[in-house]
Design a protein around this ligand. Sequence first.
Ligand SMILES: [Zn+2]
Length: 302
Amino acid sequence: MTKKIKSAEYVREVVPALKCPICGSTMQVVDLKSLLCMNRHTFDFAKQGYINMSAHSIKSNYGKGLFEARHSIIMESGLYDGMHETIAKMILRHLDVSNPLMVADLGCGEGSHLQRIIDECQCSGMTGVGLDLSKEGIVLAAKRYEDPIWIVGDLARSPLESQSFDVILNILSPSNYKEFKRILTPDGLVIKVVPGPDYLKELRESLFHQNENKVIYRNDKTVTLFKKHFQLLDSIPLRYSRKLAKAELNHLGQMTPLAWNGDKARLDEFMNQDSAEITVDLEILFGTKKNEIDPNTLGKWR
Ligand SMILES: [Zn+2]
């Protein structure tokens, strides 16, 4: 069976979770090769097994090299293992995993975090959907990881149906809280990972002079905004360091947007060290929808 057919069959099982990004109507899989909406807008499955549901294509700095480096760091160096384990534990604690669960990673890049978290949960009824605007990222995700559904798409013109996802992952990536709330099920869990003050500090310190430390991560505003939109269930700080070898430091230097603003010679120096301790400092926010007042219930008291 080709990847394209396998992916079309898989999408067919969860197609109510998708909607047309152009007109918003429901979709169906036709001939195991396209998604078709009621107004006949069509999106074809690519041979690598992903679907492009983006209305326009974008060019970004996030090229293939960056996503390959990200894959190596996430899957091989173990730098983010602590984060994956914490997220999986919280999913298992808060949701009934004996039921089928839909998990969306919004801004999934090349998909490695989503794949790792699903592996860590070990639930047979879990379906992952990875969405990213970058086609380069999604192509790599579809090539490497068969099970999740990979979609090139824009959250601002979302291909995801309302109240269809039990878990929303948003890992070190921009948020669209209005959309998160719309697509989350009433009891669903939104998980946002933000960098703490010491996140990859060794890399930042070598890229910038101490006094012009251009990127300082501060979480307070992010946490306040998150709490405005969601009921904060938990906020878990995660801080540890890992020793990375030369090849891994090289990948780290290539995968982060931090490096784009830094000094090239300093970046080379960082990547050519034999090894270095690297700090991971993250804050993981877990939220649910706030209990909004149901107008039907309200009527009783009038
Ligand atoms: Zn349509």
